[in-house]
Design a protein around this ligand. Structure first.
Ligand code: AMP
Length: 421
């Protein structure tokens, strides 16, 4: 019988059968970052709600519709974090990391994020990201580095069917000119009320609207690439060259926008073609204005967040199975109280010697105990009853071949270590 409770809508449990893959994915996404000088950071899962309304933007769905806010008895509102960048930047400024060490401050994180979205495959209300932020430097090589690291992380998992979409959003010189031109164009279209409102606050995001009735009207919209200033063009060209030189293929995508005012220049997304509607496995870009938005100094920065849940789905879609963790080496089957005392000691010793060992618990007969040993996946069972112990022996059973040999109790650990080498 199951309990009367279920995991909340839009959430799921990571059970041991899939946990190995999840852990391996988190590790694989992080490994290239460690090799590139990124330090690990953890921030709280909740923050002042205003950090996100300013740091992610009031006009985004993430903030306006999807935030999990927590109200406490005092008048301070908190929210579960919907993404990592704002928190990491807040922590950097609070601890003065940008003043103490080298710039850029390179940080990576791994953790759960919360968005009140309509759940579907690949879209959850609690999901996991591994993210990276390089704070306080403006250099096309840094943008390229991050894209290369994400690319290499996916490749190290064996993934092949992903594409990198790349765009430049311009900067505070050229973007406003484009924004005005786009707004004028959008003003001449037949759009619903909400889209008209979005066009007023955040016109670039309208370009991302995938609804056919909107998308078909967008043909002929002014293109950002035609408005980029010389500096932005040169910067973007350099990023593209560095990616090409690193053997990282990408597609230029004019429609890729992160429509917040402080997102600047490089923006990119990793999409996987085996995932259906929720095809983005990761994304990021440059956010030169964000620090100032949350009260800090000018700190041009770039970062990304890769979705762990969707990376696991991408592995499934490509039929890739990651090697699981090593199973139990040894399973002890004591027959009687004295044998339990002795074998429990032996199991503790085996574990301390670095082998993975388990023992049957609870009152079980020999048959049930041997079944438990088989189910554990162990290579060897150690069986002992009173008669064996009287002779200071245990029976070592190879669970693959079924062969059984007596071994002196005090030679058990060395024998098993030898056999399992
Ligand atoms: P974003 O912060 O929206 O740019 O998302 C970065 C990555 O996080 C996406 O590419 C997805 O892989 C993942 N992601 C975002 N939202 C969700 C969600 N609701 N459920 C699962 N993964 C998500």
């Amino acid at each position: 019988m199951s309990s009367s409770f279920q995991a909340p809508r839009g959430t799921y449990d990571i059970l041991p059968a899939t946990a190995a893959t999840v852990l391996a994915v988190r590790e694989a996404l992080a490994a290239p970052l460690r090799r590139a000088g990124y330090g690990y950071i953890e921030t709280p899962v909740f923050e002042d709600v205003k950090l996100f309304s300013r740091g992610v933007g009031e006009s985004t769905d993430i903030v306006s519709k999807e935030m999990f806010t927590l109200t406490r008895r005092s008048d301070e509102d908190l929210a579960l974090r919907p993404e990592g960048t704002a928190s990491v930047l807040r922590a950097t400024l609070e601890a003065n990391l940008h003043r103490i060490g080298n710039l850029p401050v390179k940080l990576w994180y791994s953790g759960s994020q919360y968005r009140y979205e309509k759940p579907q495959k690949g879209r959850y209300r609690q999901f996991w990201q591994v993210g990276a932020e390089a704070i306080g430097a403006e250099d096309p090589a840094l943008d390229a580095e991050l894209v290369i690291l994400a690319h290499d992380a996916y490749r190290s998992l064996g993934l092949r069917d992903f594409r990198i979409l790349l765009n430049s959003l311009g900067d505070k010189t050229c973007r406003p000119v484009y924004r005005a031109a786009l707004q004028e164009f959008l003003g001449g279209l037949d759009l619903d009320e909400e889209t008209v409102r979005r066009a007023a606050i955040n016109p670039l995001r309208v370009l991302d609207d995938k609804r056919p009735e909107v998308a078909k009207q967008l043909v002929g919209a002014p293109r950002l690439r035609d408005y980029l200033c010389e500096d932005c063009k040169a910067y973007h060209e350099r990023v593209r060259e560095l990616l090409t030189a690193a053997g990282v293929g990408f597609e230029d995508d004019d429609k890729l926008v992160r429509g917040l005012d402080y997102y600047t220049r490089t923006t990119f997304e990793f999409v996987h073609d085996g995932l259906g509607a929720q095809s983005a496995v990761g994304g990021g870009g440059r956010y030169d204005g964000l620090s100032e938005m949350i009260g800090g100094p000018a700190l041009p920065s770039v970062g990304w967040a890769l979705g762990v849940d969707r990376t696991v789905l991408a592995l499934e879609a490509e039929g890739i199975e990651l090697p699981g963790p090593a199973g139990t080496d040894v399973f002890a089957v004591p027959l009687g109280d004295e044998a339990r005392r002795v074998l429990f000691g032996a199991v503790t010793e085996l574990r301390r010697e670095g082998l993975s060992a388990d023992i049957v618990y609870g009152p079980k007969g020999l048959k049930a105990a041997m079944k438990a040993a088989d189910r554990s996946g162990a290579r060897y069972a150690v069986v002992a009853g009173e008669r064996d112990l009287a002779e200071n022996l245990v029976q070592l059973k190879d669970l693959t071949s079924g062969d059984q040999t007596p071994v002196a109790l005090d030679a058990l650990v060395t024998t098993l270590k030898e056999k399992l080498k």
